[in-house]
Design a protein around this ligand. Structure first.
Ligand code: IPE
Ligand code: IPE
Ligand code: MG
Ligand code: MG
Ligand code: MG
Length: 296
């Protein structure tokens, strides 16, 4: 096993442990709520965002227990965003991670409420997780995550994604939508790490900021390519939804070959500048390869 595969298994386990301890330990007023939260959180995704956090942490020499709260919180916010994204009022999808979507199992109302519950739980985790984080670090992390998931992040991006008129969109506008709906949370992974490690070096912040932005965009373009090319059995979610929902995507805007070339050039633009940094960047190149070389 190479380094990134080992780290991926570790990230998965650390997030699962933190998630379970928070969901199972909690006294909720409803067992359906507990059960449905565990259904979506156990039904493991790739956990690419926690992995990014631990990879950035390794590159900057930050101990893992300073990163667990942020990794778990970000995975919860990501999972809530998928539950709502799959609802009939949004992308209307019946399958997620190879299993029926939350609303197919528990109904629309519970699925909305599971999302409503996972979001504040994410912030509670950052506020209370027994990590050696200072109060100021917790406040700063909560601020970064709120922005990345709300008015300057996922919610704003999802509104743009749903309301944009595909015919008139430019590539710049599409990049903006992709940044808000997907890239913002990957950028927030960097904030989790730099806040936990008190990193203030301008060159490091700028170069890693560029890295997470480019990887975030490449990641969404690849997701859009998969929606056209990959079998639902491999994908774990239906394909063809972007077309049936009349979404503007890179393959639709510039064609499949150009979209694939764009992913490759974003990979280079993300990883080349890392060479100027005096930190361990191999793990970040490995992460970019891992994410962009994925099969689903
Ligand atoms: C899917 O995210 C939604 C996008 C932002 C493209 P992932 O591909 O990370 O989904 P999971 O968490 O592995 O299921
Ligand atoms: C999802 O984008 C972005 C989110 C913020 C959830 P997609 O709608 O393309 O994600 P999938 O294809 O359903 O996973
Ligand atoms: Mg969507
Ligand atoms: Mg979707
Ligand atoms: Mg998609």
């Amino acid at each position: 096993m190479n380094n990134i595969t080992v780290l991926s298994a570790i990230a998965r386990q650390r997030v699962l442990d933190a998630t379970h301890s928070y969901i199972e330990r909690k006294t909720t007023a409803s067992t359906v709520l507990t059960e449905s939260m565990l259904y979506v959180m156990r039904n493991g995704g790739k956990r690419l965002r926690p992995l990014l956090i631990y990879c950035l942490g390794e590159s900057l020499g930050i101990q893992m227990d300073l990163l667990d709260a942020g990794a778990c919180a970000i995975e919860m916010i990501h999972t809530y965003s998928l539950i709502h994204d799959d609802l009939p009022a949004m992308d209307d999808s019946a399958l997620r991670r190879g299993q029926p979507t939350c609303h197919k199992v528990y109904g629309d109302a519970i699925a909305i409420l599971v999302g409503d519950t996972l979001q504040p739980l994410a912030y509670e985790i950052i506020a209370t997780h027994p990590s050696p984080l200072s109060s100021q670090q917790r406040v700063d992390t909560i601020t970064a995550l709120s922005q990345a998931s709300g008015v300057l992040g996922i919610a704003a991006g999802q509104v743009l994604d749903i309301t944009a008129s595909p015919k008139n969109l430019t590539q710049d506008q599409l990049d903006t939508i992709n940044y808000y709906k997907t890239g913002s949370l990957l950028s927030a992974c960097l904030h989790v790490v730099t806040i936990a490690g008190n990193i203030s070096d301008e060159m490091i912040l700028e170069t890693l900021g560029n890295y997470t932005k480019k990887i975030g965009l490449a990641y969404q373009i690849q997701d859009d390519i998969f929606d056209i090319e990959v079998d639902p059995n491999i994908l774990g979610k239906p394909n063809g939804l972007d077309q049936s929902n009349n979404k503007l995507t890179y393959p639709r805007l510039i064609g499949m070959t150009a979209a694939k070339n764009k992913v490759n050039s974003l990979f280079d633009e993300a990883t080349q500048p890392l060479k100027q940094l005096n930190i361990k960047t191999d793990i970040l190149v490995a992460y970019a390869n891992f994410v962009l070389g994925r099969q689903y």
